[in-house]
Ligand binder design. Structure first.
Ligand code: URP
Ligand code: ZN
Ligand code: ZN
Length: 460
């Protein structure tokens, strides 16, 4: 079923030109002017941007967390992602302390196999690094294609590991060509502050924010960067939010160290004043919390300076009744917010349309860098001959409004309700098939494939 996309403005991380794209099977097979190959489907893309499908490397689907499960499963989450122009996500497997990485992988396969609409891969979160876990690292990388290992320096008593485990894990992961992702905040300090506020009867969502001041993130980021430098293991800081943490990375560049940095769309666009809305603030209870306007400026600048490499979502949705678990105690509000469907359009509207980043930078941080950093380039993350035909057609001028009434995520509120955006995803192709068109999903659950990833080179 060959497809020909005609006359679109093709944008990659480095290029910007008008051309036709010819797709056969799952791959792009030709790009050029006035292509004349026979096609079953011809799409007129005149006036539209033609960009690689988005890759969101930080999502939590159907994840057991804080006494409940995130409300999007593989079907609803990856379908919503497709509607928003994200053709692939990387989800997190969580090892159960005392159990193996292999058993966690089986558990996650049980939830994801044959259920995804869009493509996906896994990071493996190591919550218990010991002699047995150590033996599984090579298998994960070489047999399962899971080449990135998540660590939590926070969530004390649940997911957190100590520095001894961190350094041991780093040495093993480096040996086999993988990468460490980190949630870098100081878990002991946060644990102390949570207990302090609770003992004082300070229980509103605002105290979630106050329990995780900037210093908790700056300190842990610096510690992580130092351990990564010492071991030589490639490191990737997830959901970095603030100036202090980014400065830790900036300082590391002075000794010629490269640490990958991800921020998330919410930290670029929302700020901590939302926690002043009493319990409604629970919609934005996430870790780390939203920060200040000055941090937003630092993050936008960090993108343009090449210090912030990726804009993800940390999509971890909970319905309002789940958020109500913490009505009388902020520490029981499930952490996370919904954004998987909104990232590409929000970043375009608030970033490209408002002149903060270029179109090439947009593709770089939303599509190409995630593919490069996590060992999938050039299969994913670009438009090139031989790459998967994961392509979005985007109208840069269409205006629309975000609302719970029109989104496809399985959550009963929108964290961006009423936001008026410029720029809309019109058509999405996933491995050559039209997946989204005219606001309809044309592929079924089970179409989404698990993507095995290559070893990580530690550079982009
Ligand atoms: O609040 C968040 N971020 N929830 C998901 C778990 C995590 O820390 O990424
Ligand atoms: Zn986290
Ligand atoms: Zn997360």
């Amino acid at each position: 079923m060959p497809t020909l996309i005609k006359n679109g403005r093709v944008i990659t991380a480095t290029d910007d030109y008008v051309a036709d794209i010819f797709i056969e099977g799952e791959k792009v097979v030709a790009i050029g002017k006035n292509l004349s190959q026979q096609a079953d489907t011809i799409i007129d893309a005149k006036g539209l941007l033609v960009m690689p499908g988005g890759i969101d490397p930080h999502v939590h689907l159907d994840m057991p967390f804080m006494g409940t499960f995130s409300s999007d499963n593989y079907e609803t989450g990856t379908r919503a992602a497709l509607f928003g122009g994200t053709t692939m996500v990387i989800d997190f497997i969580l090892q159960t302390q005392g159990k193996s990485l292999g058993s966690a992988l089986e558990e996650w396969k049980g939830r994801s196999d044959n259920n995804a609409v869009g493509d996906y891969s896994f990071h493996m979160a190591v919550t218990d690094f010991n002699d047995e876990t150590k033996k599984e690292i090579q298998t994960m990388i070489e047999q399962e294609g899971i080449t990135s290992f998540k660590t939590f320096m926070a969530y004390k008593g649940a997911l957190m590991i100590d520095d001894r485990q961190m350094v041991g894990l780093m040495e093993e992961v480096k040996k086999h060509g993988g990468l460490i992702n980190v949630h870098a905040t100081n878990g002991d300090m946060i644990d102390y502050l949570i207990a302090k506020y609770k003992s004082e009867g300070k229980l509103a969502p605002l105290y979630h924010y106050l329990s995780q001041p900037e210093v908790t993130e700056a300190e842990a980021s610096e510690r992580f960067v130092d351990m990564s430098n010492y071991t030589g293991c490639p490191g990737y800081i997830v959901h970095l939010t603030c100036e202090g943490a980014l400065n830790a990375v900036r300082n590391a560049t002075r000794r010629n160290q490269k640490v990958f940095v991800e921020t998330c769309i919410q930290y670029l666009l929302l700020d901590a004043s939302l926690y002043e809305k009493n319990f409604e603030g629970a919609k934005w209870v996430m870790s780390p919390p939203l920060r200040e306007k000055k941090d937003q400026e630092t993050l936008w600048a960090g993108i343009n300076q090449g210090l912030v490499n990726v804009v993800a979502t940390d999509h971890c949705p909970f319905k309002w009744e789940q958020k109500l678990m913490g009505k009388d105690d902020f520490s029981k509000i499930p952490n996370g917010h919904p954004a998987i469907e909104n990232r590409m359009e929000l970043l375009f509207s608030e970033g490209v349309s408002k002149g903060k980043i270029t179109l090439n930078k947009y593709v770089e941080v939303a599509c190409t860098n995630p593919a490069k950093i996590f060992g999938m380039f050039p299969k994913k993350g670009t438009i090139a001959v031989g790459s998967d035909a994961d392509i979005i057609l985007f109208d840069p001028n269409e205006k629309h409004t975000i609302s719970v009434n029109s989104h496809h995520m399985n959550v009963d509120y929108s964290a961006y309700e009423g936001w008026e955006l410029t720029g809309k995803v019109k058509t999405v192709l996933l491995r050559g098939k039209i997946a989204i068109d005219n606001n309809k999903c044309l592929v079924e659950k089970g179409y989404g494939q698990f993507v095995k990833r290559n070893k990580v080179e530690g550079k982009i």
